[in-house]
Ligand binder design. Structure first.
Ligand SMILES: [Zn+2]
Length: 314
């Protein structure tokens, strides 16, 4: 049998160029996605307007208020052509593995700084999107550190210079993975796990974790909890309850290490979100770009100084 993911109908670079190769096509697409009911003046609500095409500005015929296509969105204040954005979004959403700012800089012919900011803005949209959804059903949950080996020994829980995050994978009745979340946490403490669970899990879901004490705090978020004491080591990897969460932990570590030689720990949440975003939409390659743009015009601007700020937990 053919692999369902590898052989799905994709979206080729040729199709991308055909649909979004010019500024006008990109502008029209964003306009449709931002104002599906037609443009309405944010000042007076008037629908009648004229377009100052070169700057993608809309001017109200009634009160003359001007509004730009991209103001108030993640695209705000960009100096890059929209077609460059679309190509970057295409590359980042369709790629099987991550694409670094350096490769983006080379492939798009933009400066490294522009590529970095483009990549992090796109990852920010992915993060905000997946943060707005909760996992439900049966959920495999585990704790991980970025920058060290997991479980046991000095390099495990509680050691310095490692960023703790949780990995949660929802599985169906056949035990197949459906969706996943990976979120950096302040530490593996009950209060923090409770906060995380309230944000990312649907009340009533069934959480299965190992024996780490703080995980029982998901009950305070209204979830059921079963803990299976594994004792760590290779034996726990073979437990069916943890098959997928263990697989995903292995995959994300390999993928991030392979694509990004040096991840700044402060930005780990966005890299994790990018990995999950692609996984959660692995059956939707052909629809990924318009769906991404629909969210992008609803994601607030993220100036570079904010992008570079200290880590956001979530
Ligand atoms: Zn107006």
């Amino acid at each position: 049998m053919k692999n369902k993911i590898q052989f799905q109908k994709g979206y080729s670079l040729i199709e991308l160029m055909r649909d979004y190769g010019t500024e006008e096509q990109c502008r029209n697409t964003l306009f449709q996605l931002r104002w599906p009911q037609g443009y309405a003046c944010p000042q007076c609500g008037g629908k009648s307007h004229c377009t100052l095409k070169t700057r993608a500005l809309y001017q109200c015929n009634h009160c003359h208020h001007q509004h730009s296509l991209i103001s108030g969105t993640i695209f705000e204040a960009t100096k890059l052509p929209l077609a460059t954005w679309f190509l970057a979004i295409y590359l980042l959403t369709q790629a099987k593995t991550g694409l670094s700012a350096l490769s983006l800089h080379r492939q798009l012919g933009v400066s490294y700084n522009a590529a970095w900011s483009l990549k992090h803005k796109i990852m920010q949209v992915m993060k905000e999107r997946d943060d707005s959804k909760v996992l439900s059903g049966v959920i495999q949950l585990d704790d991980v550190y970025w920058g060290g080996e997991r479980h046991g020994g000095k390099s495990g829980r509680g050691s310095p210079n490692k960023t703790p995050f949780v990995v949660a994978v929802s599985v169906n009745e056949d035990g197949h993975p459906i969706h996943m979340n990976m979120n950096v946490v302040k530490g593996f403490r009950s209060k923090e796990i409770e906060r995380w669970a309230k944000q990312h899990l649907e009340p009533g879901c069934q959480v299965v974790s190992d024996g780490l004490a703080c995980f029982s705090a998901v009950k305070k978020a209204g979830c059921q909890h079963t803990s299976i004491v594994t004792g760590g080591g290779p034996a726990c990897v073979s437990l069916v309850e943890f098959t997928w969460v263990n697989t995903m932990i292995g995959n994300v570590k390999n993928s991030l290490r392979g694509a990004y030689p040096a991840i700044n720990h402060r930005h780990l949440p966005r890299y994790l979100a990018e990995f999950c975003y692609r996984f959660n939409r692995r059956f939707e390659l052909d629809r990924m770009l318009p769906r991404f743009c629909f969210i992008a015009v609803r994601t607030p601007p993220m100036p570079i100084r904010l992008l570079k700020l200290a880590e956001v937990y979530g």
